[in-house]
Design a protein around this ligand. Structure first.
Ligand code: CP
Ligand code: NVA
Length: 326
């Protein structure tokens, strides 16, 4: 398989059907047209899938999927995505690889590049995926790091576009921990003109660097970002209320202090009553019912959490087609 060629590092001239990047590490690195292209391709693929028509664009291609953390949605949806596109996925548990016994990320990247056509990785430190992408000569896709969860938020943008017909000026409120999902929401909102309000308690806010990094995109798209510690203010008149777990994977030792700090940030019916009457509730899942969200909201009429989960499949098919299919 002739895959040893190094990826281009120069800025590419791209057509409106091609991505400007070789890999997907964060939404911040995509252009606004890349985001638009992913959403358009995802909608087309979803439409064809409904008619039982599956694009065989990745026939014969293999995706290596390295998981150093648990997953239900990401693992299953990527595997089904490869299958529907005509390719296959190799699941590689981090602990079973030589990576878990000290082989370097760089050497792992070089070796896998000789066998497969793309890599997805779910890991802890973001610098690991940066290193992997640098030394691989094939596309690398972020399946979640402590820093970002781009595939989740691209799927969420698809869900919002379907629901509201537009993203520009949509009012989204994120309530809770300033984590990887919140950060990706900031990047995604900045690219698409969403007005995002984030409510987090002291010590759990999103970092300044993320806000600065997304500033230019916000200016270009006409989006907005409002940071507060008051969940009621963030949610006031919002079209969308979004939350995520208080204890992310790898933070289990901080469980009790996090639950204490975040308990006023629960999304319940009272909080939802501050949002627009037709507001929707979103969660990337898995949810910890009774902590960041109540059963009433999760199972209520406003909840679109399972549409989000479904759209992981369609959005990731688009990402795979656009990155591995060229
Ligand atoms: N939302 C999400 O990434 O779910 P999994 O952890 O189950 O993959
Ligand atoms: N913030 C969560 C998202 C899980 C999909 C975590 O990193 O565990």
């Amino acid at each position: 398989m002739p895959v040893t060629k190094k990826k281009k590092t120069t800025v590419k001239k791209v057509s409106n059907k091609e991505m400007s990047v070789d890999s997907l590490l964060t939404i911040a690195q995509l252009s606004a047209s890349d985001v638009e292209l992913i959403l358009k391709t995802a909608a087309e693929l979803k439409n064809s899938a409904k008619k039982n028509k599956h694009d065989q664009m990745l026939k014969g291609k293999v995706l290596a999927a390295i998981f150093e953390k648990s997953s239900t949605r990401t693992r299953v949806s990527f595997e089904i995505a490869m299958h529907q596109l005509g390719g296959t996925m190799l699941y590689l548990a981090g602990r079973d690889l030589q990576l878990g016994r000290g082989e370097t990320i760089a050497d792992t990247a070089r070796v896998l590049s000789r066998y497969v056509n793309g890599i997805i990785i779910r890991t802890d430190a973001h610098k690991k995926i940066v290193e992997l992408a640098r030394d691989a000569s094939i596309p690398v896709i972020n399946a979640l790091t402590d820093y970002a969860h781009p595939c989740q938020v691209l799927s969420d943008l698809l869900t919002l576009k379907e629901r509201f017909g537009k993203l520009k000026r949509l009012r989204v409120a994120y309530v809770g921990d300033g984590n990887n999902v919140a950060r990706s929401l900031i990047f995604g909102a900045a690219k698409t003109g969403i007005e995002l309000a984030i409510a987090s308690p002291l010590g759990y806010e999103i970092d300044k660097h993320t806000i600065e990094l997304s500033e230019n995109d916000r200016r270009k798209s006409g989006g907005a970002l409002y940071m507060t510690m008051d969940p009621n203010r963030a949610v006031s008149h919002a079209d969308v209320v979004y939350t995520d777990v208080w204890v992310s994977m790898g933070q289990e030792k901080e469980q009790s202090q996090r639950v204490r700090a975040l308990k006023k940030y629960q999304v319940n019916e009272k909080l939802m009553s501050h949002a627009a009457p037709d507001a929707v509730f979103m969660h990337c899942l898995p949810a910890h019912r009774g902590q960041e969200v109540t059963d009433e909201v999760m199972d209520g009429e406003q909840s679109i959490v399972f549409d989000q989960a479904e759209n992981r499949l369609h959005a990731q098919k688009a990402i795979l087609k656009l990155l591995l299919g060229r």
